[in-house]
Design a protein around this ligand. Sequence first.
Ligand code: HEM
Ligand SMILES: N[C@@H](CC(=O)c1ccccc1NC=O)C(=O)O
Length: 285
Amino acid sequence: MSATDGTRKIEDDVVTDFSEKMSYGAYLGLDTLLDSQHPVSEPEHHDELLFIIQHQTSELWLKLFLHEIRAARAAIAADDIRVAFKRIARVKHIQATLTEQWSVLATLTPAEYAEFRGVLGNSSGFQSYQYRAVEFVLGNKNAGMLKVFESDPSAHRLLETLLGEPTLYDEFWRYLYRQGYDVPASALERDVSAPYVRNDELIPLVKAIYENVEQHWTAYEAFEELVDLEESFQLWRFRHLRTVLRVIGMKKGTGGSSGGAGFLQRALELSFFPELFAARTEIGT
Ligand code: HEM
Ligand SMILES: N[C@@H](CC(=O)c1ccccc1NC=O)C(=O)O
């Protein structure tokens, strides 16, 4: 009962026999999950476990990110904007977690990483299909990325499907159109499998909404949710770039790209929702 002996009493009702009942570990599949870390360095490098777990936890969060962002897109398509807002709220917290998580990996010194980097061969985060899937749903479509997944049919199928589907942003413009907004046909009829390019015809509409929020609270809120999403995504990209620079400097990536020297730097120039930012230049003018 008391904590004076340094223990907490295990109450009589606490269930302890799991021979016939579903336990914590069984429900969560911990036997598989915790048996999925296989360092390849020999002798095993102390820090390879960190490297593996950092990526595995990122992939788990990416799985939820994709689940939620696809659900948000479906909600917008069904005119359920409030449900979409709720889904996006969760996504933003996932993004914050993913971004903060870089601090753990940043404790890896350049020399430690160099000691086992060789065993990674040509594997690279560039080959993360879940990351690519999230990018596709958010609008950074790039058919060329599918080539990397030719030897992984289910990943390839998923990306092919997402490539051909409207993005979150495409669905958003369609929603605004259904709500009676004057959305130009060019935004409603674009080839959804093509990379998104800024459509200047949208800017007057975005500007009008931002300048008259009192009449357009829902549209305004949706814009701001998207701006938050993009900003959070850029923070993740930025911290990836900074971690890469900190750990491997300007070395070429194991995936074959120029790495932090150019390839990852250029990712920061990509925008999912360019008109939402471009309109800001025009506001008040
Ligand atoms: C020491 C740690 C890391 C280093 C040195 C590193 C380095 C790199 C490099 C150089 C690239 C460019 C592709 C290439 O040529 O390989 C890349 C891409 C990528 N990495 Fe990492 N990375 C690290 C950790 C991570 C982690 C923890 C994740 C989490 C999933 C991750 C996800 C990605 C993704 C998704 C890409 C593709 C980015 C894009 O297409 O814009 N990386 N990484
Ligand atoms: N591209 C990294 C290697 C790397 O980080 C990596 C290797 C295997 C699995 C995931 C990785 N993470 C991100 O790219 C490098 O060039 O060192």
